[in-house]
Ligand binder design. Sequence first.
Ligand SMILES: Nc1ncnc2c1ncn2[C@@H]1O[C@H](COP(=O)(O)OP(=O)(O)OP(=O)(O)O)[C@@H](O)[C@H]1O
Length: 766
Amino acid sequence: MAEDQENIAPMSRLPRLASPAKPSAIPTLSTGSAPLIGSSNANKRKLPSSPLAPPPTKRSVSGSSLGSSTSAVGLRTSQRKPSGFVPTTTRKPSSTLPSSRPASSLGTSTRRTGSTGSTGSASTSTTAGTARTRAAAPTTTARRPPAAASTNTRSASALGRSVGPTARATSRGVSPGLGAVAGRSGIGSGVASAAQFKSHDGRLENVERMVGGFKELIEREQAKISSLQMSQVDLQALLQSTQNTEREARRDLSSASEELAALRAAHAREVDDFERTIARKDREKRGMEDELRDSRDELSRERETIRQLKQSLAEQSTQHLTLSAQLQASQTQLTLVQAEVERATLSVSSMKAELAIGLENAKKMEAIAEAKIKEAEKDRDVRLAEIEEELRNAETIRRKLHNQVQELKGNIRVFARVRPALAHESSSPDALAEIAYGDERTAQETGQSQIVVTSRSESATGQSREQEYPFTFDKIFNPSAGQQEVFEEISMLAQSVLDGYNVCIFAYGQTGSGKSWTMEGGQDDVNAGMIPRAINMIFSVSNGLKDRGWKYQMEGQFLEVYNEVINDLLGNGQFDTKKHEIKTVDGKVSVTDVVSIPLNNPRQVSTLLERARSRRAVAATLMNERSSRSHSVFTLKVKGENASTNEKCEAMLNLVDLAGSERLEKSGAGENKDRMKETININKSLSALADVIGALGSGKEGGHVPYRNSTLTRLLQTSLSGSSKTLMMCNLSPLSAHLGETLCSLRFATKVNSTVVGQVKKQAAR
Ligand SMILES: Nc1ncnc2c1ncn2[C@@H]1O[C@H](COP(=O)(O)OP(=O)(O)OP(=O)(O)O)[C@@H](O)[C@H]1O
């Protein structure tokens, strides 16, 4: 049954394979055999992947018969590209031509053929297994073509056997099968069966022919496969050897590379060493060059030195000759000198002996002299003490005499001073007044100086009238007298303050006559006025009196009387707003609330004067651009104490710069009420001063003296009383235009000069 089924199965398939409806069996078979061919072509299909594979057009041009075309294709391919397989297989030996693949493919194709043509799968499997076994054989026996041929023969016979039984089975099976079919159909139609048998036979023949063709084809393919396998083996061997060669080459290359790297490193090291060596050599070379240069320089210097030495040697040789001659002469002279020295040595010895005796005598004389010097020094000290005593006595006598002279001269003395004409005033000769001065010698003999002022005028009848006005004073200074000359005359008076006498010096005169110049003077030392000079002198004398035991304390104040009101010129602020009153306590006049500055040196005085000057009320008038419209009073209070003689004294020096004494119409103040008031007050105070002096000069003991008529006379009361020494400096203008005022001043001064005021008294400190 199984066998029948096996036989029937192929039969049922055959019509599909070679159906009469399909006139062309080959095309049908070729379609049905596609797997076989495809299997064969599977190998071929891989070939086109090779660059050497034939173009597909050629394959399509193959013949219409499958066997012939396939064979032709296979043959053409193998014939056309016998060597083309080598590279292809060489490239893809494992994928393109696996050793087991042909067998497998063949087996597959055989199986399919078997499944197509045979009726039993067992036989097909066996055939296939045989085919696989045989197909595998060429792999191992690839190098034995005859064996392959026999294998092909066996394969072919195997195929033949597999086909044979099939055919036989078919022939056997058909009959029973057909019989059974015929039997079952009940139609015993011999004609139809015979025709079918004939048709089957024809088909079988065709199939057998095709099988024969397939066999040939398979054999050719197997031969090709064998040759390919052989090529593959060769190629694999070649590949193996190539790989080995490559590995060796790589190893060689790697070792060569390592060697090359080592060589390069060594080379680099050598290059570095070489470069370092070159650099070192360069440095050495430069050093050597420098040394060479130095050596050359040294050599040239040495040569120069040698040349100079040679020259010097030549010169010295010449000198040597000269010196040798001189030496010889000197030696001769030395001999003479030595003889002389010997003689001198002898005389020195004798002189030394004399000197020793002389020294002895000198020492004795020195001792005597020292004793005499000490004696003389003692005598000198005694004498000095005597002289100092005499000096002190003389000083005391001098001061007594001085004061006696002052007393004899009278306690009010009058000096007159004519200022020089200023630059702008002496342009015309008529500008100056005619003023004559008495003889200097006569003045020294008599102690009185004369000044004569000549006044020229015309009478009503037109006759020229000339009148001389002579005046005599204690001292008259002409325009050429300087500040120092004037001060020398008043210094003894000012110095009296240190002896305890009140002293008052005031400058009187019209505006612009030189009062301020006389009292304060200019800024420099040469032109310094009476105030700074008197204070300097007092400081200087007081310092000198320190040796005689006197110590002095001094303080200064500076007041101004303006319009009968007292201003403190040393007060605080720009203007003095305090009201000051004059009080008389114990016969001493003092002013309330005024600043009194202790003075320790003359520099403080100059600062004080400057401060007072800046605060002083100065108003411009027609007469003098720096006209002072107030009286200024500088007071220096002096307290002295002598510890050795236990004497004490206290006195004050008043230095007064009076306001201008001109008449009202001359000052030009008539047009200005303030100026008029100033002038009235100035004239009032000056006339009060004249009245006081007149009263004092009247000689009436205990008579009334109008001190209270003006602030000025009240302020100067102490200095104007009989107990003080007073000096009036009458300042005069040299201008003819001021002649009238000059005569007025001279008359006022004469009045004062004629005043004899009591006895000067020394002020004892209380
Ligand atoms: N002896 C002198 N030598 C040189 N110049 C003098 C002399 N006396 C005065 N003068 C000059 O004359 C001018 C007037 O002098 P000063 O101001 O002293 O006059 P005064 O009498 O003080 O006037 P006033 O009353 O207005 O203050 C000043 O310019 C001063 O420098």
